[in-house]
Each structure stands twice: as structure tokens, then as C-alpha cells.
Design a binder for this molecule. Structure first.
Ligand SMILES: Cc1ncc(C[n+]2csc(CCOP(=O)(O)OP(=O)(O)O)c2C)c(N)n1
Length: 905
């Protein structure tokens, strides 16, 4: 193959079996002659025909999933680099320096602060090409998901851009002390909660950035197709590590991105071949593995493996020696080559093959040392991104090979330990200065002085001009969108407020309210109902036809149930996001909608309804990220409660989600029993988020148990929101002889267990002569939040009038308090410390199991009989009833006194 038109990839790099080499040679020559005579398109056509024949089951041929270890965009196809290369290289060097100086400085001052140098060092060029040529700014600019531990580089750029000051940089990872100095503390990773004007997307927990970016790109299409917002010019970029691709979340939505043809999405995977502990695939090649994965999922894969200085080597490599050696070199070895100098590489890389050694003959050791991998070559990076931008009909991934700790020399490049390197000695700093030709003195280097060129320098002018051309500086986050009016509660919730004993479950009540809200002219279009293949479970099938299921390409089939009023209807402008069995996907969609006010300046109101067990427990970290991102919307934990779900058993019955929810600072969690309570919570939440634009979100449990719904007592709305209101009082006709007249308890219940509590109050009055108050505890976590705040205020204001929390006001006095819920005891115990009276919590600790609701409630000791016994026991401790009453109650209700350890689980 001597003709230069034959691509170097043509060399056979893998050892193929060959039963008849001379016949093979004839075929090869035929193909080469077609290529020379008619060009690549004709070769592709012929190959398609041959492949179709060879794939017949009788032959069983399968194409290899990989391509040779070379760049996808060959030199001849590269576009001209449109920038000023020398200036961009100088700027990249400055970013590298300031990022490094920031991390090393912080750790010199306080060794515990941590931070990373090596990741950004390897990713700097990938970022810089994006910032100088592709990442568009402005209100409808691109959405960039930044690799979290490359944040120092993003700060370094904002410093040069004049958006962060030297004092800010000096407070990297010191948000608290920065405030006292009037500086902006720079958060460790992208955290919108901590830097609300800067970061848009939290990516600090590996895997969350990748999946979120896919659903964000998809949500932009949803907004577009529903005619709500023109997002066609926006792109989503994600810059991630090759190690991060190991996370299940990173991989789980690849096929969705391809299926929905998300050509508004580009990922750049920085393949520095290392993760934290060592090589990502020491004995294999991560680029090959990812190529097969992404291509198999339907993405366009652009491999960016080698820099421009390899082009000449490839051109001279007429017998494919490079491809041959690459095909047998594993990543662990490539890492060693990265860590070693030019001489070592001459001997051990080029020395593997006489043809390769000959190739390297014209190069000095220094030149071999500086041979760039693709991700460090601005021209090649530009070519890859440019090709990604041209791609239509599918998402693109750029697999960019780099060196971890690039330029850190002996101190870090390619070292096993480089990920956590955060201290550098004087000599290393000066060597880094020399390596990148930085205009600073030895002393400035040693003292880690930040460097910003003069505003009128060519570099700074170039930097600003590039951003101006691209629409402004990024990252930048906005905090507000025009408010959306919420209809009056009576319009959609009257049936629940005045239920007058009608039977329904709170899930049914929710669906009815949702249906009505969807019809509201202002709010309706902003509602985003989300399900993960459970709409029928929650009685939402009627919405399929009413508002349609979003499908980017409509409905290409006649649904089986076409004649039915509940027919399954997919439509391009469908409103429901039906995410299939992917809670991670559904919550990512929810977050996209819940942050639309900020990301798109268009507030949306997502309602994601799911089996409550598969929320916080299953995708809690994604919810934590949504909280960081200041999401606004409703999460509805349906089929909630460990005993309410009856037959579903251990993995379905949720007794803990409210505890998880209580730990999320901006989550407002409620466990209402009655539809009227739910209506009030819904109304309050919508106003808080859509009208007042507060950065909170709601988690509300919904039950599938049908029961008579009372009308909401007048005037309790405020207390429903605070978490506790008095539902009823229950007086005995006459006290029993062995209970004192003043025997009185306060009974608290939440969710469906409130109904057991109400029944217990009646039993106490009728059968035991005990008076009670029944309180509906809609939220123990809201009560605790308020009580904590009062407690703190009183501690810090010892001389003023003490503040009373809502729970203290409601439950003053010494009458025992019994709280029973369908959740673990820790849920009601959130308020225990704030109550002076004796407090007993009944709950469903342990594993769930299958049985009837009644059997389960008895087993977990949260039914009416156990509430009665708990009340009598508390009164006995106060000397207000005799012990004999408790003995009687156990006998009368047939309560099990089995105290074996097995009971606990
Ligand atoms: C869920 C999660 N697990 C672990 C970590 C800790 N962690 C941070 S960076 C990192 C290695 C990342 O390697 P890679 O993605 O290859 O990026 P590189 O730094 O090599 O560019 C790990 C394990 C994390 N941030 N999130």
C-alpha cells in the first residue's frame, strides 16, 4: 500500500485468521482499486452489500465493534483552526497555573482542604477549546456539565475573565471564612446551592452529571415540541472522566439519547486512562470499550487519540507498525509511557518494533517526550468538536486521550498517585513554570502568585472577544423566571376540602386535582406529570388520552385500545413524561423540569409520582443533587406506608422515605391522612414555588387505601402547613372507676394511621373512660424544623422573650403524647425532644412483609389497640390509671406479648 490515498487505518492491525492469504490479497487489492477509482462512498456501498450477505445466519458474520486506535477525524478532513493558536495556548497555560496555584495554596494553608490538580491539568485543553469556540453563553446559551474536580480550572478562567477576584481564589474551598472577608468562597465542586450565580448543575457525585445531561437535552426537546420554548439553538455539553463512565447512571440512558435522536447533546470523555486509585482499564483499553458501548447504543463516536505531531509519523508508517503496536498496548502501559521521559519512550515504545524505531529516528528525546495525545492538541480538539456540531440525528461522544497530570512532570504526570496530589515543592513549581513558559519569576512561582495579564494585553483582549462572540461568560446561573399564577384552591380542590365522608384514597384525590390543574389556562401547560411505568397503578390512565404521552416522533402504530376512552396515546406534544422502568431517569427528568425556571427562564411544575419505596431509597443521591440545584416541584411518594401497601411485602413497603426526606434541607415533607389536608399542602406548595419563587420542593406521601374522607375543619389550613392541628377531642361519658377523672392523653397520627388513632380515641373514651385529643400530624419534619429554629433563637437570645415553636404551643402541658405512624419510630421521634410531656412513639421499624392491612398494623403494633395500650401505659406511669387496666387491655384485644428478637425484623 504505497499510495498516500489509502488511509493508514487500512493496515491490518489485529491478528486475523487467514486460511488463504493469496485469495485475501486479491480481495484487498480489489477493494483498494475501488477506493482509488471511485472513492470511499463506493467502498461503503460495496461493504454494505457484502455485510448483508455475510450476516445471514448461515454465515453468522458480525462486525467488529471497534476501530483502530487512531483519530476518527483524519488529518485530511480537519477544518482549519479558526483561532489564534499561540494565544490560546498561552491562555491555557495561565489557566493551568492559576488552577494549580489555587489548590496548592489552599492546602499549604490548611492541609485538610483538599482539591485536585491532575484532573484539570489533563482536561485544560478540552475545556479551553470549548470556552474559546463552542460553549455559547447568554440566557439561551449552552448548558455545560463540568467535570467536578476540574472546577479549579473553571475558577481560574473566571478569574482571568474578571468575574472572580484574587481574594475569591484565595478562598477556594473556604465558603464560610470567605464571607467574613467579603470574598466569594469557591465551592469544592459545582454546587448551585453554594454559588447560585455561577454553577448551574451539581456534578460532584460521579454519574449524576452524565445522566442529568441526557435528560436535560431531552427536556429541551420536550419544551420545544410542546411549543413552550424555542430551545433549538441550545446545546448540552458534558465533560466527564473515563473513570466516571463506570457509574451505572453514566451508562443507563445512553440508548434513550440515541433513540430520541438527541443531536443537541455532546459528551467529551477525558480518557486520561486513570481514575483515583490507578488505571481505569489497566489490562485493556477504555477508549475501545467506550467506543463499543457508545456506538452500540447508537451514538456517534469521535475518537481523538493522537495530536498533530503524530500525523507525520502515521504518514511515514507505510506498513502499519503504529496501528500494530497500538493494538497490543494496554492502558496500564500507556500510563507508564505517560509517566516516563522521551528516552524511555524511545526505548520502550518505539523500540518494540524495528519499523517504529526507524520512525522515531528523526526525533530527539525531547520531541518524543512532547508528542501530544489528541486531547492536548487544540487543533485536533477543535476538529473533533466541530465534527460533533455537524452531527445530526444522534448524540456524539468525543473520546479524547490525554495524560493525567499533564505537565506536572516528575511530580505527577501519569503517576499512580497523581489524582490526590495537592502539594508541590519549589522545584516542581519552577519546572511547571518552565514547562508552560509562564511569565512569572522563580519567586512568584515558589510563592504561588496568581497571574492575570494586563487588561489591554493581547491575551486578555482575545479572551474577552471570544466570550463576547459566543454570547457571554459561563458558567452563569440565573435565579428567577416570570412567576406563574396558581388557580384558587376552591377551583380544583373543593371536592377534597368538603369531602363530607366520601370514600376515596389520597392518590385518587391527587389525580383528580392534577386533572383539574392541567385544565387551568395559565398553570396547566406548565405542569409536567412524570411516571416510571406506574401510571395505571395510581389511576392515571385517563390522562394518557387527555394530555398524551410525550414522544419525540409521535405515534407510529395503532394502539390496541384505540377505541377506548383511556386509549394509550403518544404524541409529539404529549405532556406526560412516561420514563419506563427507570427511577433514575424519571427523577432526572423531574430535576430538569424543576429547574427549568433557572435553566430556561421558564418555570415548570413537575409532579413525579412513584412507589414511595423507590424514591429516596433508590435514587436519593439524585434527589440530593436536585436539592443542590434548587429544584422546585412535587415528588409524590405513592402507595406509601409500611402497612398501607398490604400485600406487596418487604421490598415495596416503605417505612423510611419521610426520614430520608427530612434530611434534605430544602425539602418540605408531608404525610397527610386526608384529601383536604393534601389539597392545602398542594396549594401552599404551588404558591411558594410558582408565585413566591422560593427554592424549596415538596415530598408528599399518597396512600392507596380507600376510606371516608371528612371535610377539613375550618381554619386549620395554616396548621396543616406547620405540621400539626387538632382534629378532634374525645370525652368519655363517665370515667371508669379505676381511671382518674383527669386521665387524658394527646394522640397524634399521620398518614392512614391517623384513622387508627381516631378509632383508639373512641375506644379510650368508651371502654376505658379516658379523654383524649386527636391531632393530625401532617409533618413531623416541619414541626421539628420550626422547633429547632426556636430552640436556637432562644439559645442565642437568652434575655429576650422565649419563642415557642408550633409543636410546643400545641402540646403544652403534661398529658402524655402518643404518636403513631406508618413509618419507623424515628419519624415521630423528630419532635420528641421539644415536648415536655411523656412521649411514646409507635412505628413500623423492621422489614415489611405481606399480609392484610389489619394484620400488618397489629404486627407492627400501630393499630388502634396498641395505641390504646400505649395511652394506658403512659397514664399508668403518671399514676392516673391502674396497672390492671393495661393487663385488661392486653387480654381484651388479644395483643401478642411475644418478645423474641425476631419480632424486630
Ligand atoms: C459517586 C462518587 N464516587 C466517588 C467519588 C470520588 N471520586 C472523585 S473523582 C474520582 C475519580 C475520577 O476519575 P475519572 O472520572 O477518570 O476522572 P479524572 O480525574 O481521571 O479525569 C473519584 C473516585 C465521587 N466524587 N462520586
Amino acid at each position: 500500500m504505497s499510495d498516500p490515498f489509502i488511509p493508514q487505518n487500512f493496515a491490518l492491525s489485529a491478528p486475523f485468521s487467514d486460511g488463504d492469504p493469496s485469495e485475501t490479497q486479491e480481495w484487498r487489492e480489489s477493494l483498494e482499486s475501488v477506493l482509488l477509482a471511485s472513492g470511499p462512498q463506493r467502498v461503503r456501498e460495496l461493504m454494505d452489500v457484502l455485510a448483508a450477505i455475510a450476516r445471514a445466519p448461515e454465515i453468522g458474520w458480525r462486525p467488529a465493534t471497534g476501530t483502530p486506535y487512531v483519530n476518527t477525524i483524519v488529518a485530511a478532513q480537519q477544518p482549519a483552526f479558526p483561532g489564534d493558536l499561540a494565544t490560546e495556548e498561552r491562555l491555557a497555560s495561565l489557566m493551568r497555573w492559576n488552577a494549580l496555584a489555587m489548590v496548592v495554596r489552599a492546602n499549604k494553608a490548611y492541609g485538610e482542604l483538599g482539591g485536585h490538580i491532575a484532573s484539570y491539568a489533563s482536561a485544560a485543553d478540552l475545556f479551553e477549546v470549548g470556552f474559546n469556540h463552542f460553549f455559547r453563553g447568554g440566557e439561551q446559551g449552552d448548558l455545560v456539565f463540568y467535570q467536578p474536580h476540574s472546577a479549579p480550572g473553571v475558577y481560574a478562567r473566571a478569574f482571568l475573565e474578571g468575574r472572580l477576584s484574587e481574594a475569591d481564589l484565595a478562598h477556594y474551598r473556604q465558603e464560610i471564612s470567605a464571607r467574613k472577608q467579603g470574598a466569594t468562597g469557591l465551592s469544592s465542586y459545582p454546587h448551585p446551592w453554594l454559588m447560585p450565580d455561577f454553577w448551574q448543575f451539581p456534578t460532584g457525585s460521579m454519574g449524576i452529571g452524565p445522566i442529568s445531561s441526557i435528560y436535560q437535552a431531552r427536556f429541551m426537546r420536550y419544551l420545544q415540541h410542546r411549543g413552550l420554548l424555542d430551545t433549538s439553538a441550545r446545546r448540552v455539553w458534558g465533560v466527564f472522566g473515563d473513570g466516571e463512565m463506570d457509574e451505572p447512571e453514566s451508562m443507563s440512558a445512553l440508548t434513550l439519547a440515541a433513540r430520541e435522536k438527541l443531536d443537541n447533546l455532546t459528551w467529551v470523555v477525558n480518557c486520561n486512562l486513570q481514575r483515583l486509585d490507578g488505571p481505569v482499564r489497566g489490562n485493556g483499553r477504555i477508549i475501545d470499550e467506550l467506543e463499543a458501548l457508545f456506538a452500540g447504543a447508537g451514538w456517534r463516536v469521535i475518537k481523538l487519540v493522537w495530536g498533530s505531531d503524530w500525523d507525520g509519523l502515521f504518514a511515514r508508517d507505510t506498513d502499519g507498525a503504529l496501528a500494530r503496536v497500538f493494538s497490543t498496548t494496554v492502558d496500564g502501559q500507556f500510563q507508564t509511557f505517560a509517566a516516563k521521559d522521551g528516552r524511555y519512550n524511545r526505548e520502550h515504545f518505539f523500540g518494540q518494533d524495528p519499523a517504529l524505531a526507524a520512525l522515531a529516528q528523526g526525533l530527539t528525546d525531547e520531541q518524543i517526550d512532547r508528542l501530544k495525545r489528541g486531547g492536548h492538541d487544540l487543533v485536533k480538539v477543535y476538529a473533533a468538536y466541530h465534527a460533533a456540531m455537524q452531527t445530526t440525528g444522534r448524540p456524539t461522544v468525543v473520546l479524547a486521550q490525554t495524560k493525567k497530570g499533564y505537565g506536572m512532570g516528575e511530580a505527577g504526570q501519569g503517576r499512580m498517585t497523581t489524582h490526590q496530589q495537592k502539594k508541590l515543592e519549589r522545584d516542581d513549581l519552577i519546572a511547571f513554570r518552565d514547562r508552560f513558559d509562564l511569565p512569572i519569576t522563580d519567586e512568584q512561582a515558589a510563592s504561588l502568585a496568581f497571574y492575570r495579564p494586563a487588561e489591554d494585553s493581547p491575551e486578555m483582549q482575545y479572551l474577552h472577544a471570544r466570550r463576547a462572540a459566543l454570547g457571554g461568560y459561563i458558567p452563569a446561573r440565573r435565579n428567577e423566571a416570570p412567576p406563574v399564577a396558581v388557580p384558587p384552591l376552591a377551583r380544583y380542590g373543593e371536592f377534597a376540602l368538603r369531602a363530607e365522608g366520601k370514600e376515596m384514597s389520597t392518590t385518587m384525590a391527587f389525580v383528580r386535582m392534577l386533572s383539574a390543574l392541567l385544565k387551568d389556562a395559565a398553570l396547566g401547560p406548565r405542569v409536567v406529570p412524570i411516571v416510571a411505568d406506574e401510571a395505571r397503578t395510581f389511576g392515571m390512565a385517563n390522562l394518557f388520552k387527555q394530555i398524551g404521552i410525550y414522544s419525540f416522533n409521535g405515534q407510529a402504530y395503532e394502539p390496541e385500545d384505540i377505541g377506548s376512552v383511556l386509549s394509550y396515546r403518544e404524541a409529539t406534544d404529549g405532556q406526560i413524561l412516561e420514563e419506563g422502568i427507570s427511577e433514575a431517569g424519571a427523577i432526572s427528568s423531574w430535576t430538569s423540569a424543576a429547574t427549568s425556571y433557572s435553566v430556561h427562564g421558564q418555570a415548570m411544575l413537575p409532579f413525579y409520582i412513584y412507589y414511595s419505596m423507590f424514591g429516596f431509597q433508590r435514587v436519593g443521591d439524585l434527589i440530593w443533587a436536585a436539592a443542590d440545584q434548587r429544584s422546585r416541584g412535587f415528588l409524590l411518594g405513592a402507595t406509601a406506608g409500611r402497612t398501607t401497601l398490604g400485600g406487596e411485602g418487604l421490598q415495596h413497603q416503605d417505612g423510611t422515605s419521610l426520614i430520608h426526606a427530612a434530611t434534605v434541607p430544602n425539602c418540605r415533607a408531608y404525610d397527610p391522612c386526608f384529601a383536604g389536608e393534601f389539597a392545602v399542602i398542594l396549594d401552599h406548595g404551588m404558591r411558594q414555588m410558582m408565585e413566591r419563587q422560593e427554592d424549596v420542593f415538596y415530598y408528599v406521601t399518597l396512600m392507596n387505601e380507600n376510606y371516608a374522607q371528612p371535610s377539613l375543619p375550618a381554619g386549620v389550613e395554616g396548621d396543616v402547613i406547620k405540621g400539626l392541628y387538632r382534629y378532634a377531642t374525645c370525652e368519655p361519658e363517665k370515667p371508669r372507676s379505676n381511671s382518674k377523672a383527669q386521665a387524658k392523653v394527646r394522640l397524634l397520627g399521620s398518614g392512614t394511621i391517623l384513622r387508627e388513632v381516631i378509632a383508639a380515641a373512641e375506644l379510650l373514651a368508651r371502654e376505658w373512660g379516658v379523654a383524649s385529643e386527636v391531632w393530625s400530624a401532617t409533618s413531623f419534619s416541619e414541626l421539628a424544623r420550626d422547633a429547632r429554629e426556636s430552640e436556637r433563637f432562644n439559645r442565642l437570645h437568652p434575655s429576650g422573650e422565649a419563642r415557642l415553636s408550633h409543636v410546643q404551643r400545641c402540646l403544652a402541658g403534661t398529658a402524655p403524647v402518643i404518636a403513631a405512624t406508618d413509618y419507623v419510630r424515628a419519624w415521630p421521634q423528630l419532635i420528641a425532644a421539644y415536648i415536655d410531656a411523656p412521649f411514646t412513639a409507635l412505628g413500623t421499624d423492621g422489614f415489611g412483609r405481606s399480609d392484610t392491612r389489619a394484620a400488618l398494623r397489629s404486627f407492627f403494633e400501630v393499630d388502634r389497640h396498641h395505641v390504646v395500650l400505649a395511652a394506658l401505659t403512659a397514664l399508668r406511669a403518671q399514676g392516673l390509671v391502674d396497672a390492671a387496666l393495661c393487663v385488661d387491655a392486653i387480654a381484651r384485644y388479644g395483643l401478642s406479648v411475644d418478645d423474641s428478637a425476631a419480632w424486630l425484623v
